[in-house]
Design a protein around this ligand. Structure first.
Ligand code: FAD
Length: 485
């Protein structure tokens, strides 16, 4: 008998329940990551996701393999690889974290569960977030979150590892062949990188967290930037919460940051409890609206050529760097689904491929909320011109990502359609040639969208559905009387 620790999105060596349990058992242990061929062909897959995971694996490999060659990275179908392990080496215990992923990972896990059942393999799926399987209501969810976060971290005693020697035929047959391409502007992966980022945030960068959180340029420095690390598990959320507790600061910025960590699990819980929100409107009353896609607009939105500078700058920035702050992500979705009145699904896939931190649970829940398809949140239609005036008033961010607007004065860089003939000559700028004319007038489209959404929100069917959704997902008010959603 031996252990297989199946690494998925838990690519670290600290606070690692599966690794700690495997070591404690004193059985030989194989630590395995499988690059799944099918994953590479999913609509929401992007090279940057694999690149980030790959860098995390290199980091783990350096530490595990220096003593014993226990980390293996193979490529193929997990159910075939596990069958081959069984055939060559006999029965094993399978240990992993419990994953709340998308439809692809869900159906793969169901297949593995069947395989384990029919071969008497015990599969321990251990939680790494405060996300509960089979939850019917959120009444006790806050208590569970607190309980999970205060549990002791799972220490992995690396010097007690009993290595397992993998059959060379398996190594050769499932050898990793798809290495990710380099992407220079994307955040680097790895536990070491995550811990450095965290330390640096906790000592210096947090100071401007609340002040800069909505600003597309400044937030890149003042927010924690831990999101891809939380997605790929190169840092433990429990460690973050416990470090904050030790820190004992009353700083408003760190309190706000902590509430985001609470939201992290809260949003993932939504997808765990209702996986269909990856594809369908959470509130079915909205199935009546926004059913056709304007392909020309989609292309312009995806490439940052809508003619609305704040929208285009944000899009080009996220395509290039894999990161955008919360407010601007919300604005991009609001622009697509509300101003342009388009279905959220193609936008969700496009952004999933851009975000290095793509986390299905947060992603789809946020997309539904920002498109207004839940039915009980306040309707927020972001005006991209107001967002620019509030959060990029000197147009520095806009000009960084839209160099064609560089020589325009600030007000014209924010609203280039206001340029007159004389100014076009003066600045050698030709509207419609150097930069597109706007595809809509956001002042008008925003008002229309808001009216439509309010109309829908007040319909009986919407309210009935909203009530159903609240029963499943709404977290009761906390001690300060604040709702948690
Ligand atoms: C349309 C849309 C899609 C999004 N998709 C993703 C996604 O795929 N993956 C992802 O991690 N975040 C997503 N977010 C949430 C948020 O924008 C990012 O978590 C945040 O910008 C990451 O930056 P940070 O790590 O510096 O965050 P910080 O502000 O430093 O927050 C720390 C951590 O808290 C969590 N967090 C922060 N804000 C939120 C939030 N609003 N909801 C839930 N959790 C939050 C994240 O894990 C984040 O890393 C999305 C938001 C929107 C509006």
């Amino acid at each position: 008998m031996f252990n297989v620790v199946w690494l998925k999105k838990d690519l670290r060596l600290h606070d690692h329940a599966a690794l700690a349990k495997a070591v404690e058992s004193q059985l030989p242990t194989l630590v395995l990551f499988i690059l799944e061929d099918d994953w590479l062909h999913q609509d929401d897959f992007a090279n940057r996701h694999w690149r980030f995971a790959y860098e995390c694996l290199i980091d783990i490999g350096k530490r595990l393999n220096s003593k014993t060659k226990i980390l293996h990275v193979l490529q193929g179908d997990p159910s075939i690889i596990f069958s081959e392990l069984l055939r060559h080496h006999g029965c094993f215990n399978l240990l992993s974290h419990q994953e709340t992923g998308n439809a692809f990972t869900y159906s793969r896990d169901k297949k593995i569960k069947t395989f384990c059942k029919s071969n008497a393999i015990a599969w321990s799926e251990l939680p790494q977030f405060a996300v509960l399987r089979g939850l019917k209501s959120r009444v006790k969810w806050n208590d569970e979150w607190n309980r999970f976060m205060s549990e002791p971290q799972h220490e992995v005693k690396l010097n007690e590892f009993v290595p397992f020697h993998l059959d060379s035929q398996i190594k050769v047959r499932f050898k990793l062949s798809k290495h990710p391409n380099k992407e220079l502007n994307i955040q680097a992966g790895g536990e070491k990188e995550a811990l450095n980022l965290w330390e640096n945030f906790l000592v210096f960068r947090y100071k401007n967290y609340s002040r800069h959180i909505s600003k597309p340029r400044e937030s890149r420095e003042s927010c924690s930037r831990l999101s891809p690390h939380l997605t790929w598990g190169s840092i433990s959320i429990r460690k973050l919460i416990q470090d904050l507790k030790k820190n004992r600061t009353t700083s408003r910025s760190l309190q706000n940051f902590k509430s985001r960590l609470h939201w992290h699990c809260h949003f993932i819980q939504k997808l765990e409890s209702e996986p269909r929100i990856e594809f369908e409107n959470q509130n079915s009353a909205y199935n009546e609206i926004r059913n056709t896609i304007n392909e020309e607009w989609l292309e312009k939105w995806k490439t940052g050529h809508t003619g609305i500078p704040m929208v285009d700058a944000c899009m080009r920035c996220v395509v290039h760097t894999g990161y955008l702050n919360f407010r601007m992500r919300a604005m991009l979705i609001s622009f697509w689904t509300q101003h342009l009145w388009q279905p959220w699904q193609p936008a969700a896939i496009h952004l999933a491929r851009q975000f290095t931190d793509y986390e299905p649970g947060i992603h789809y829940s946020q997309i539904q909320m920002q498109s207004g398809t839940v039915g009980y949140h306040t309707i927020r239609v972001y005006n991209p011109i107001k967002q620019a005036l509030d959060h990029d008033p000197d147009a520095t961010f806009i000009k960084q990502w839209l160099p064609e607007l560089q020589h325009l004065p600030t007000d014209l860089a924010i609203s280039p359609w206001k340029i007159n003939e004389m100014e076009q000559l003066l600045y050698s700028f030709n509207l419609g040639v150097d930069y597109p004319k706007p595809i809509i007038n956001p002042d008008v489209s925003g008002k229309i969208a808001s009216q439509q959404l309010h109309l829908f929100k007040n319909q009986e069917q919407t309210k009935r559905e909203a009530k159903r959704i609240m029963t499943i997902h709404l977290v009761p008010k906390n001690k300060k009387g604040q709702p948690n959603d």
